[in-house]
Design a protein around this ligand. Sequence first.
Ligand SMILES: [Cu+2]
Length: 460
Amino acid sequence: MSRFSRRGFLRAGLSAPVILSAAGAESDSGSVDLSLEARQDWLQVGGRFGYLYSFDGKIPGPVINAKSGDEVRIAFRNRLPEATNLHFHGLQIPSTGNADNVALRIPSGQSINYQFTIPRDHPSGTFWYHPHLHGSAARQVSRGLAGVFVIRNDGDLIPEIEMAPEATLVLQDFSIDNAGRPFEPNLMERMQGREGPLVTVSGQENPEFFVQQDGWLRLRILNASSSRFYRLRLEEHPMYVVAVDGGFLNAPDVRDEILLTPGERVEVMVKGERPPGEYRLLSLSYNRGVFGMMGSAQQRGAFSLARVRYDGRVESPWDLPSRLATVVRLPEPSVRRVFQLGQGMGMGMGMMGGGMTFTINGRVFDERRVDVRAAFGAIEQWEFLNPTGMDHPMHIHTNPFQVLDSTGTPVPAWKDTVLVRSGSRLAVRTAFREHLGLRMFHCHILDHEDLGMMGTIDVA
Ligand SMILES: [Cu+2]
């Protein structure tokens, strides 16, 4: 049992944790109001200057801190030299109107007011926002456009976690030349999924974070890179995973390594349980496959992403509770579908005169075509088959899902992005219980999405 009562914890005024990240927009009296500008600027990132894209001149963009039930209003202005839009990744909000509607296209110089309500029963979690204009997503995200969107719901907060200082780690990679100009990948690099050699954590190269001896540090980690995978390991420290994409796990999952694919988030508790010192958060090498027979994926060896340094000591150490949340397994589905991921020759969007494309069930994305017609409230099971030579992390908008384990049983945790490894199959179960209308599902290697690996779902 927890030795902190939730009410006592909230009464004691401990509900405002120490936040180690740049301030952004805060929830205030039931709403979050902010203005947000996408622009092109000379900016410092990882100790270099680059002519990059940003939200409000910040890489990553400002953190939006909302509460469940909040009305969110974002006065968005596009000052990029090209059209863009916003996707609110993982949020269970409408995918239509001026909400999480990726069919919107905001031309250069134009503005729009995004407006939506976070459902009252929306779980706490680490979500994010980024452009999602088909054909441009990889370029725009890889030039810096990404920001964290945190939701707190008083109903599921865990005092032992909230008491810990927290930091957001946004993992991004950039391709800029010696003059600081971003360079575009060639066709083969797009097929592979672009990776930039400059890797930053919340805009810094190898930053440091602090943990107190016998204390805890909460890390909200987001992979906002367009293609790069991160295999994370913290030297000499187990990582206590307490939340994944869509909220808290039922119990802490103690891990030596975490593979984080583009779009995925994980919340990790680190305990100051080793001799005081400095420990590296490593990114280990990972082979996500190669495109066709051409070349091989450029693999970088292990390197330090960030450092965790001991500083001070807590007076009264505490433990994490063994029980965090109550995620119930989804029941048997009424509909089953199979999606085969593929690559082939064809006429994809943005492909002059044809070229290689990425497909789902043999088809490239077409916004005028409905690929899945789902009944509101239905529970469906989707199986992804990946016979290609590359890994594809698949993302479904709006409604989260549960991944099936090797015995076909749903793992009780809410995900919205999951890796379907090369040469494997993987099933997820979802419930279309939140919103009506059109939304997308796609590979979150954004070059693959731009080259066609996306489909539409209409919930009616
Ligand atoms: Cu892919």
